[in-house]
Design a protein around this ligand. Structure first.
Ligand code: KIV
Length: 275
């Protein structure tokens, strides 16, 4: 059955944990869709893991729409959330609504995600008024990398923790349907999860969140540029891919691939006439 924002709200109310993974293409989305995972995020992390950028700042609306539409074609059961890229909503509330609309109309997202707290409540309210559910994202928000001065755990001091709690309550009040908490101390994330009615989805925020999200290349050990502490390798697919590529290279060069069973037959009498 198709997961919706109502499904994940009910899961929180029933105390059921919510699972989410990123995806950026049709075939990965189809595999995730068949796995029982509840949500797919077309994250702007595609800037890192698909496009090879150092950060997410160069990702465009066109990138997000292109990948979201591909994922949507494989997302039969999961709830599809697509990231609003840097400068697609920070510029004005009007831009936020227009671009959220494009992610739904052209990218076939069921909800959009944006980074930030109280300063974006008006944006969340207006996007929601346009019948587009919004997932908020607090803690380490990679689009603010240049303000944070690096990828660091957020909310550790009393002041920062208090601000995080207030931001979480503010985005909920503005109409957000869920909240991603990234790189937040586990006890703080657990407290926020208790205070909110909407589900929290953690990444590097401990088991006290209502759900978890990981970048799929991270959990499959396919991305080795860096490995944050919160990543667990559930399979070593990266190593398997490297071995398979090398085996293919060896067999092509040895002439053992393709074998008879990989080829199409034609009658000898047809071929003889061509000599
Ligand atoms: O872009 C992304 O993949 C994300 C997750 C890390 C939450 O925002």
């Amino acid at each position: 059955m198709k997961n919706t924002v109502v499904t994940i709200q009910k899961m929180k109310e029933d105390g059921e944990k919510i699972s989410m993974l990123t995806a950026y293409d049709y075939s990965t989305a189809s595999l995730i869709d068949a796995s029982g995972v509840n949500m797919i995020l077309v994250g702007d992390s595609l800037g890192n893991v698909i496009l090879g950028y150092e950060d997410t700042l160069s990702v465009t609306m066109e990138d997000m729409i292109h990948h979201s539409a591909a994922v949507a074609r494989g997302a039969k059961n999961v709830l599809l959330v697509t990231d609003m890229p840097f400068m697609s909503y920070q510029t004005s509330v009007y831009d936020a609504v227009v671009n959220a609309g494009r992610l739904v109309k052209e990218g076939r997202a069921q909800a959009v995600k944006l980074e930030g707290g109280r300063e974006f409540c008006e944006h969340i309210r207006e996007i929601t008024k346009a019948s587009i559910p919004v997932v908020a994202h607090l803690g380490l928000t990679p689009q603010s990398l240049n303000v944070f001065g690096g990828f660091k755990v957020q909310g550790k001091s009393e002041d920062a923790a208090k601000r995080l709690v207030e931001d979480a309550l503010a985005v909920e009040e503005a109409g957000a349907v869920a909240l991603v908490l990234e790189c937040v101390p586990a006890k703080l994330a657990a407290l926020i999860s208790k205070k909110l009615r909407i589900p929290t989805i953690g990444i590097g925020a401990g088991a006290g969140c209502d759900g978890q999200v990981l970048v799929y290349q991270d959990m499959l050990a396919m991305f080795s540029d860096f490995k944050p502490k919160f990543v667990k390798h559930f399979a070593n697919v990266g190593e398997q891919m490297r071995e398979a590529f090398a085996a293919y290279d060896r067999e092509v060069k040895a002439g053992t691939f393709p074998a008879e069973e990989h080829t199409y037959a034609i009658g000898d009498e047809v071929i003889e006439k061509l000599y």
